[in-house]
Design a protein around this ligand. Structure first.
Ligand code: CA
Length: 224
């Protein structure tokens, strides 16, 4: 899952980015309104959630929100702001945001609200399965034959992406866009390293891997 965070206060941006990365999200930070709008428009299909500060230098979070909504009606958008009158809240929601968080807020609250919005968007599905492997996004658990398997955050994010797209070929460039942030070097073979560790942890010895390599393109988890 990839998030765009538009926030000009670097301390707040750093704190949110770090916390969300620990939860397995890839986070791109825009430090002013223009950059935020550009990134949102350039990667409109890549972001799963937008976190927008209202008061940004240049272009406001409200304007970014309206531009996103012209392109995408359903992607979750949350405002982070010091403005807190009823009028402000109504204005923010009418501009197309799904939720509104008043600064200062606890990181746990932000995380909880992101999870609620993602769950609503996905129509409650939070368990993804293939063969004897099961991944629960709510509990953040992976199991094989009912026994828990420990994964790193990136391994978890990669497995989640492959299972969400079960039966489809996941292109390498698409995987990078969804799981790593904008500063990531797209030429490295880091995906293979993570695919290999998922295979080591989750394949059944003596059987074909549950992740199929599509040479020159990417990977696929087959339908059961
Ligand atoms: Ca601000």
């Amino acid at each position: 899952m990839r998030i765009l965070l538009a926030e000009d206060e670097s301390a707040i941006a750093g704190f949110i980015k770090e916390g969300l990365e620990e939860e397995g999200f890839a986070v791109d930070v825009a430090s002013n309104g223009r950059q935020g709008l550009e990134m949102a428009m350039d990667y409109i299909d890549e972001y799963d959630v937008y976190l927008l500060d209202w008061m940004l230098p240049g272009i406001s979070g409200i304007e970014i929100c309206r531009s996103i909504r012209k392109e995408n009606k359903t992607v979750p958008i949350i405002f982070l702001t010091a403005k807190d009158t009823v009028d402000d809240t109504v204005f923010a929601l009418e501009s197309g945001a799904n939720d509104y968080l008043k600064k200062p807020f606890a990181f746990e609250e932000l995380l909880a609200r992101i999870k609620v919005l993602l769950r609503n968007k996905e129509g409650e599905q939070n368990v993804f399965k293939t063969e004897d492997i099961s991944l629960n996004t709510e509990a953040h658990l992976v199991s094989k034959n009912g026994l828990p398997v420990e994964l790193t955050q990136k391994e978890f994010a990669l497995l989640e992406y492959l299972l969400r797209n079960k039966g489809k070929v996941c292109r390498r460039t698409r995987i990078i866009e969804k799981i790593w942030d904008i500063h990531f070097d797209k030429d490295t073979s880091v995906i293979d390293v993570f695919i290999n560790s998922l295979r080591k942890k989750l394949d059944t010895p003596g059987k074909e891997s549950f992740i199929q390599t599509i040479r020159g393109v990417g990977y696929r988890v087959n339908n059961d």
